[in-house]
Design a protein around this ligand. Structure first.
Ligand SMILES: NC(=O)C1=CN([C@@H]2O[C@H](COP(=O)(O)OP(=O)(O)OC[C@H]3O[C@@H](n4cnc5c(N)ncnc54)[C@H](O)[C@@H]3O)[C@@H](O)[C@H]2O)C=CC1
Ligand SMILES: O=C(CO)COP(=O)(O)O
Length: 351
């Protein structure tokens, strides 16, 4: 697999939302960037205003709605769209993607593809056959093999404000990790490498559930002790379901796991944490989602993990409690009581 790139090639970013724009701006400090926006109108609007998701665009960024142009111009591409949209996007781009491409996604969610147009139903067990990570989607839908993911405590607002942060680039290929490090690393952004691609992807996806739970605790005013309890047990829950889905425990104690848990479970800038806070105030999930401009991946992930946990017979009491709140089968008060009575056994029994 030879690369056709030169060091002067632009780098592609797919998705001009909060995080896609942050990543595009950061890459543009080192290289030319082609940023793909969803519609021609949005691409033109961003180009005209030189602004996307409230962030000024670096002068080295060109915005386009042409996937062929991105694929033909860029050897390295960062897809950063919501998980529900990645498969369709890669499918459309696939005629132009080649084995020399490197794709490093920043998406923190699952893909669900059910047979016969069946809809996801959280009360029906769901096996891993129908639930894919984003790297799996990219490999299923294209000829690309050199895939990676970017995951860690990376709240977009803080990065846009040029505050220091770090992240993990995970891949089975050293050249993918090296490309991610060379392109993204700067004096305020550290990049660590990890070869456990699935483990790191799972960390990014699963922590969103716990962030919603932390938001509930915060919204109820239950204090820091209760939040620490939820985060610690949340981490154990992530590890158990992560092991069932093919992840290695080590990733969960790193930056993408505990690191991202700490950031998203503490920040009122986290969309998932905000969802939890608003649930605690008695708002309905439908109203919360409708009023949010940005994506809170954790809501969909709760339903998916609830079904996976039924299939793999993994105890996920936090996910279950949040599922019950979202589906109005329990009040937030009842869910808290349920968790406090849950028969946990040994504290650390996953190592
Ligand atoms: N915002 C953050 O702090 C971070 C977000 N992430 C993850 O990045 C992913 C994207 O999040 P955000 O950028 O924050 O979401 P966002 O809600 O701000 O923006 C999503 C963007 O994706 C675009 N989009 C959707 N479908 C598309 C398609 N088919 N083609 C092109 N563009 C498409 C939308 O038009 C929108 O601009 C999520 O999975 C999120 O969990 C990861 C780390 C940090
Ligand atoms: O993943 C994130 C920070 O690492 C962003 O979290 P939210 O999607 O909850 O804002």
């Amino acid at each position: 697999m030879t690369s056709k790139s030169s060091s002067k090639d632009p780098v592609g970013v797919l998705g001009a939302g909060s995080f896609g724009t942050v990543i595009a701006n950061m890459l543009a400090e080192k290289t030319d960037v082609i940023l793909y926006a969803r519609t021609p109108e949005r691409a033109k609007n961003i180009n005209d205003k030189r602004e996307s998701s409230g962030q000024a665009l670096h002068e080295r960024i060109t915005v386009t709605n042409d996937l062929e142009l991105v694929a033909k111009s860029c050897n390295v591409i960062f897809p950063v769209v919501p998980s529900a949209n990645l498969r369709e996007l890669i499918r459309r781009m696939s005629p132009y993607l080649r084995p020399y491409h490197i794709l490093i996604h920043g998406t923190k969610g699952f893909d669900v593809s059910l047979p016969d147009n069946k809809q996801l139903n959280a009360n029906r067990p769901l096996s891993r056959d129908y639930v894919k990570t984003m790297s799996e989607v990219i490999m299923e839908e294209s000829s690309v093999v050199r895939v990676g993911c970017l995951a860690g405590p990376n709240l977009a607002g803080e990065m846009a404000a040029r505050q220091p942060a770090a992240s993990v680039v995970a891949s089975h290929f050293d050249e993918v990790i090296n490309a991610g490090q060379q392109l993204l690393k700067n004096e305020r952004f550290l990049i660590y490498g990890n070869s456990d691609l699935i483990g790191v992807e799972l960390c990014g996806v699963l922590k969103n559930i716990i962030a919603i739970g932390a938001g509930v605790i915060h919204g109820l005013g239950l204090g820091e002790n209760a939040k620490a309890l939820l985060i610690s047990r949340g981490m154990v829950e992530m590890i158990y379901i992560g092991q069932a889905l093919g992840g290695n425990t080590k990733a969960f104690i790193g930056l993408a796991g505990v690191g991202d848990l700490i950031a998203t479970c503490s920040s009122q800038h986290s969309r998932n944490f905000t969802v939890g806070t608003r649930l605690a105030k008695g708002e309905k999930i439908k109203d919360i989602i409708e009023s949010m401009e940005e994506t809170a991946e954790g809501v969909r992930t709760i339903e998916i993990v609830k079904s996976l946990s039924e299939f793999y017979k993994v105890r996920c009491p936090i996910t279950e409690a949040l599922h019950n709140i979202i589906n109005e089968e329990m009040t937030v008060g009842d869910a808290t009581t349920y968790l406090m009575k849950f028969p946990f056994r040994a504290e650390i029994d996953f190592l």
